[in-house]
Write a protein that binds this ligand. Structure first.
Ligand code: G
Ligand code: G
Ligand code: MN
Ligand code: NA
Length: 255
């Protein structure tokens, strides 16, 4: 409860902020996406990682307010970058919690924010975890169909961890698979997980999906993933998550 009220307070101060991690096109090396990642630098608690406070926020309605704040902040920031570089071929990728999708007004609220900032729906990708699709209630189903209709992209985060049911891949319109970092990490000369990762990529290709590899840290991983046909790379090899004001310089220096 203390954390809950501290977090509620943080939303109205600069304690809560977003970092953005660039995602590059494997072939051209160009930055094509940014993942918005929440951070909480609490005056009393210090730096609290999202793995700790997001689950707490998810236990109450607080996640709805935080979720709204994340979307509004990321969209405003993205639109502001258009003064520095061409964002028309770029995508802002935003993590979404299950409770946000249960809200029947979700797609409508998102649409209003996009029009406020003059953004196209296709410039936004929503990252969901498999868990959200596994317990596919009617509300989630309806929200996803509203979001498809609106034209925002849907991405499956942490793909390949925890759940084995794949039927949801055809039940829902999913644009992007994000191959979980735990798989990418194990692409080394010693621990070859190559058959599995390459199978995921082939499956994604056959389903017409775009593939993003997360947690790419080494040149070996990047070249292996590239040879396998992965489309996008994200990870410390390219960049750590960085502050909004540092993004334009990073993009411009990246060619
Ligand atoms: O960036 P980091 O590795 O600390 O993120 C840890 C976890 O927190 C990841 O699973 C990430 O998806 C989640 N996360 C980061 N930002 C957000 C956010 O804005 N909303 C939600 N729901 N989850 C987030
Ligand atoms: O679950 P999700 O994919 O949203 O989590 C993203 C988290 O992974 C972020 O907190 C980010 O800081 C972290 N991350 C991003 N790239 C790398 C990487 O190359 N290595 C490691 N160890 N963590 C990363
Ligand atoms: Mn994510
Ligand atoms: Na992930």
């Amino acid at each position: 409860a203390i954390l809950d009220s501290a977090l509620r307070h943080a939303m109205h101060t600069d304690e809560l902020y977003l970092l953005y991690q660039p995602i590059v096109d494997v072939n051209s090396g160009e930055i094509r996406k940014f993942e918005a990642l929440i951070r909480w630098s609490s005056k009393t608690l210090g730096q609290v990682p999202p793995d700790q406070f997001i689950p707490i926020a998810e236990d109450s309605d607080l996640i709805l307010d935080i979720g709204d704040w994340v979307i509004a902040t990321a969209c405003a920031q993205f639109a502001e970058w258009s003064q520095h570089f061409d964002i028309r071929n770029c995508v802002m990728s935003i993590n979404i919690s299950a409770a946000q999708l249960m809200d029947s007004r979700f797609a409508g609220k998102l649409k209003a924010i996009l029009s406020t900032h003059g953004l196209q729906p296709s410039q936004i990708e929503l990252e969901l975890t498999e868990r959200v699709l596994i317990d596919d209630g009617d509300y989630v189903r309806r929200s996803l169909s509203d979001l498809n209709q609106l034209g925002v992209r849907i991405s499956l985060d942490d793909f390949g961890t925890g759940y084995s049911a794949l039927s949801y891949l055809t039940k829902f319109q999913i644009d992007t698979l994000k191959i979980d970092r735990s798989f990418v990490m194990r692409l080394t000369e010693h621990d070859k997980l190559e058959q599995l990762v390459s199978s995921i990529i082939m499956m994604g290709h056959k389903l017409g999906m775009s593939l993003v590899a997360e947690g790419v840290e080494t040149a070996y991983q990047a070249s292996t993933l590239s040879a396998m046909g992965c489309h996008f790379l994200q990870g410390y090899l390219i960049s750590k998550p960085i502050a909004a004001q540092d993004i334009p310089a990073f993009v411009l220096s990246h060619g």
